[in-house]
Design a binder for this molecule. Structure first.
Ligand SMILES: *Cc1c(COP(=O)(O)O)cnc(C)c1O
Length: 393
């Protein structure tokens, strides 16, 4: 456990709990339940069974020889293939962990927010598997953009509540889900989809996603007999990246690079580059970096990748940035589309638009990395869900 976290879930000066009084009891209950479950061999066995037999872990660490050759300068890139998991992204690592907790806590109703629809699908999936009622909050803008995921969730028996307020995207869906939780806290478990929200969510989701980094560490040591020089992952809320980074936290020589969405450009006002361009503020129950205007109103984020389209970021990333444990850069929509094309063409792997930002970063800025370096990229999801966005319907 990272000793920079105190009991209230602070990462340095970030994190904490900025929520209505009615939720404090629920968050305390969750914190207690999670810390006993984490140590319970039965819970761990059950989770590890579900991850391997249902979700498809461990995922391969694939040496992308064609991409590496394309980049040149002796750079070698390994892809951590989270795209091969059931439901097509890393999100299921977290929803499986949390649904097992919900069951332990005898909750009968699951709620979640979703942007890209990937977290909604991953939540609806595990709720169906365990026979729990499931309600998903989703902005109407995202419902339009992610038609296929909406169909999937309905098929999985989830009820979708369209959210018409604000920017009609993830930020507003999260606000509505929090509101529902306040009202129905007795029967309801709220599965948050990233390392955001009030304590204990950022720590808990980080730990569930750390399976990515733990496996990658073991796999790279087996294949290369050494640790990588760089870990690179895209950052929306920050869960796939922190899941990859965290198990390497103490390996000071391993550099962490997080890639955010620059949308139409970081000076266009239409982007989601929270760490690169944001400032400290409070959003959805935690203190972190956020995108806000000079009056403290949260800005509308923009990215072609719905999963990156969020004006906040997990507090642990704000902390990593502050202590310079990680560096963050931003990649535009049009660059991401080129990365999407490149990986599809050279490796036969169609990435989700979110990790396509990482491929684009390599494509445009590999010359900034050390020659002959060994890199692990988190390929957080597959791109089937994005074909509508790229080619229209
Ligand atoms: C949701 C999503 C992301 C962004 O979320 P993080 O919490 O930052 O990981 C990235 N990639 C894919 C494929 C996603 O579905």
């Amino acid at each position: 456990m990272n000793k920079d976290i105190n009991k209230q879930g602070h990462f340095g000066s970030f994190g904490g709990r900025f929520v209505p009084e009615t939720l404090i009891y629920a968050l305390d209950e969750l914190t207690r339940e999670y810390s006993t479950a984490k140590k319970d061999p039965r819970f761990r066995r059950e989770l590890s069974y579900c991850l391997s037999q249902y979700a498809g872990r461990p995922t391969p660490l694939y040496f992308a020889s064609n991409l590496s050759r394309y980049l040149g300068r002796g750079i070698r890139v390994y892809l951590k293939r989270e795209d091969l998991l059931h439901t097509g992204a890393h999100k299921i690592n977290n929803t499986l962990g949390q649904v097992l907790l919900a069951r332990r806590m005898k909750k009968t109703r699951i709620i979640a927010e979703t942007g890209a629809g990937q977290h909604g699908v991953a939540t609806a999936t595990v709720a169906a598997m365990f026979g729990l009622e499931c309600v998903i909050y989703m902005g109407t803008e995202d419902i339009k953009r992610q038609r296929l995921n909406v169909l999937r969730m309905r098929l999985l028996n989830a009820k979708i509540v369209p959210v018409k307020s604000g920017s009609r995207t993830l930020k507003d869906a999260t606000t509505e889900a929090l509101r529902d939780w306040v009202t129905n806290v007795g029967s309801t478990y709220y599965i948050i989809g990233s390392v955001v929200g009030p304590h204990p969510y950022p720590v808990m989701v980080r730990n569930f996603q750390s399976v990515i980094g733990k496996e990658a560490r073991r796999q790279i040591l087996a294949k290369e007999k050494r640790l990588p020089d760089y870990l690179i992952a895209c950052v929306g809320g920050g869960s796939n990246s922190i899941g990859l980074f965290h198990p390497f936290f103490k390996d000071k020589k391993v550099k962490f690079i997080g890639i955010e969405a620059a949308g139409e450009g970081i000076f266009s006002g239409k982007h989601a580059a929270t760490l690169v361009k944001g400032s400290v503020g409070v959003l959805h129950g935690a203190k972190s970096d956020v995108l806000e205007d000079k009056f403290g109103q949260i800005n509308i984020a923009h990215s072609i990748a719905a999963g990156l389209d969020y004006p906040g970021v997990g507090p642990e990333h704000a902390f990593y940035k502050k202590i310079r444990r990680a560096e963050y850069y931003a990649v535009t929509d049009s660059q991401a589309l080129k990365g999407f094309d490149l990986l599809s063409k050279v490796e036969g792997i169609i990435p989700a638009l979110e990790p396509a930002h990482v491929i684009a970063y390599l494509q445009t800025r590999a010359q900034k990395l050390k020659p002959d370096s060994l890199i692990i990229v988190c390929l957080s999801g597959r791109g089937d869900k994005d074909l509508d966005i790229i080619y229209g319907r």
